[in-house]
Design a protein around this ligand. Structure first.
Ligand code: PXP
Length: 270
């Protein structure tokens, strides 16, 4: 039975709450792999595990400097994933050609600076209408949904609508940073900015996503914003996986080592 929902004064029932999808960003599995230049740990394997754990989609950022995800990763992800691939990329010609070659389910356009550690700040949509509009049109013509990673700001939402984006992804980085600093007033004001932006985005016909820096401690207030239908989370989940899964990996290594020693003892007649 459906639980009784409070009917407002107008007599209109509130709109049903839409499901909230989780896109798992696997960039930092590749960061770890690249630290040694080999094949392990494999981001595709991580993607399969994330899906097994409940991810609705996989996000990967192909940076211009290829510091984590590589072109070969994108080929494998696109060919082998059982869930939608969201390709994060800079709005450049090189990346456009790559996206058109692979045709991911969605492209999220992000600002990119080589010296940054991660995507700092949202896309300057107002200042780039002329370049974004044709690039977005080409992606959409190829059947790719286009998302813009933006600050939770009304003017930027209006610009996103003007360039015909399908989706806006609200940058939650500042909110998460203020939460880490225990700045309650700052957190409240950032959350309000997200609520206002999400509502404006939905009213403009844009699908609203959010992400960056989200953790177990910061996810719920964002998940309670009804217009947001997808969260993209990476660094924290990959970091937590070390703690959630490390003891299992060490146990398995211990078993393999002990088995080998046991075999050696048997071989030498003890
Ligand atoms: N969304 C976008 C557009 C991003 O660029 C990133 C970082 O790559 C994320 C979400 C995920 O951020 P985090 O790794 O901090 O969870």
């Amino acid at each position: 039975m459906v639980a009784n929902r409070k009917v407002p004064e107008t007599g209109q029932a509130p709109a049903p709450v839409r499901a909230l999808r989780l896109g798992v960003n696997i960039d930092h599995v590749a960061t770890l792999r690249n630290a040694r230049g080999g094949l392990h740990p494999d981001p595709l394997r991580a993607a399969h595990l994330a899906i097994e754990g409940g991810a609705d989609g996989i996000t990967a950022h192909l940076r211009e400097d290829r510091r984590h995800i590589s072109d070969a990763d994108i080929t494998r992800l696109k060919n082998e994933l059982t869930r939608p691939l969201n390709l994060e990329m800079a709005a450049t010609d090189e990346m456009l050609q790559i996206a058109l070659r692979h045709v991911p389910n969605a492209c999220c356009l992000v600002p990119e600076r080589r010296e940054e550690r991660t995507t700092e700040g949202g896309l300057d949509v107002q200042g780039a209408v002329k370049t974004l509009k044709p690039l977005i049109a080409k992606l959409k013509d190829a059947g790719i949904r286009v998302s813009l990673f933006i600050e939770p700001d009304i003017k930027t939402i209006e610009a996103a609508s003007k360039v015909d984006a399908d989706i806006v992804e609200l940058h939650t980085g500042k909110y998460c940073h203020l939460a880490l600093e225990h700045d309650a007033a700052g957190v409240a004001s950032e959350l309000e900015r997200h609520r206002t932006a999400a509502s404006a985005g939905a009213s403009a016909g844009l699908e609203v996503h959010a992400g960056h820096g989200l953790t177990y401690n910061t996810v719920q207030p964002i998940a309670r914003i009804p217009e947001i239908v997808e969260l993209n989370i990476g660094h924290f989940l990959i970091g937590e996986a070390i703690f959630g899964g490390l003891s299992m990996a060490v146990r398995r290594m211990r078993v393999l080592m002990d088995e080998a020693r046991e075999a050696l003892s048997v071989q030498r007649g003890r």
